[in-house]
Design a protein. Structure first.
Length: 229
């Protein structure tokens, strides 16, 4: 009953007249009519089992790591590079602009530091080894994609522009970050010679049982002078 109650609290209402089809009265929705989300019980049991396993039976792995060419990354005069840091965190260097996607340097993807999914291998690039970061792209608000400690650290050390889906600017403002622009699907921004566009994605959002789908989720495209990602 608790699970069903939490699920009902997270409903976002019906379509908004005149608004794009993914907009709802209190949030957002996927637009694929064939999409059928898992039941509240399946989602809740999956979440609890993952948290339990990550806390009391953590995964271990011994994975090969390739050392980054730090001199090339830090003093990059304009070469286009892509460095995978881990999970959805990429350092994109395009036309002399340094972009991070879904930055995450914390040990866990969790609202608390003592429990929840934990890294099985360190980030491929240390935070201290980052070049100056100009732009940060956020895809959605799940803890493995939006890490509060990391974005605060980036804001202090690099003062980048954060580009986020609709609904996330208020979250950033609450933690003291104001250099943020929100975009809806298919909206773009021209920044430092790059064109960055939020594009549709089929997913969901939420950081608590009560805010499911209140904020938008998106993919991103980056277009430079000659290359696109």
């Amino acid at each position: 009953m608790l699970v069903l109650g939490l699920h009902s609290c997270a409903r976002v209402g019906g379509p908004v007249p005149g608004a794009p089809p993914h907009h709802r009265e209190r949030g957002f929705a996927n637009t694929d009519p064939a999409f059928a989300p898992a039941s509240a019980w399946v989602r809740w049991s999956f979440f609890v089992s993952r948290v339990w396993a990550a806390t009391f039976h953590p995964r271990t792995a011994s994975l090969p790591v390739v050392a980054s060419d730090l001199s090339a990354i830090r003093s990059n005069p304009g070469a286009d590079t892509l460095t995978w840091v881990g999970h959805s965190t990429l350092l994109v260097q395009l036309d002399g602009v340094n972009v991070l996607t879904d930055p995450h340097w914390s040990d866990r993807a969790s609202p608390v530091g003592f429990a929840g999914p934990r890294r099985v291998t360190p980030p491929g690039l240390k935070f201290e080894d980052l070049p100056p970061i100009h732009i940060v792209l956020i895809s959605h608000d799940h803890y493995d994609h939006l890490d509060e400690a990391t974005v605060k650290r980036l804001a202090r050390a690099h003062q980048p522009l954060f580009l986020v889906p609709l609904g996330l600017r208020a979250w950033f403002a609450e933690i003291g970050i104001t250099k943020v622009e929100e975009l809806d699907w298919w909206q773009g921004r021209a920044v430092s010679g790059l064109t960055l566009t939020a594009v549709p994605a089929q997913h969901f959002s939420g950081r608590t049982p009560w805010d499911r789908n209140r904020r938008l989720w998106s993919g991103w495209t980056l277009a430079g002078r000659a290359k696109r990602l």
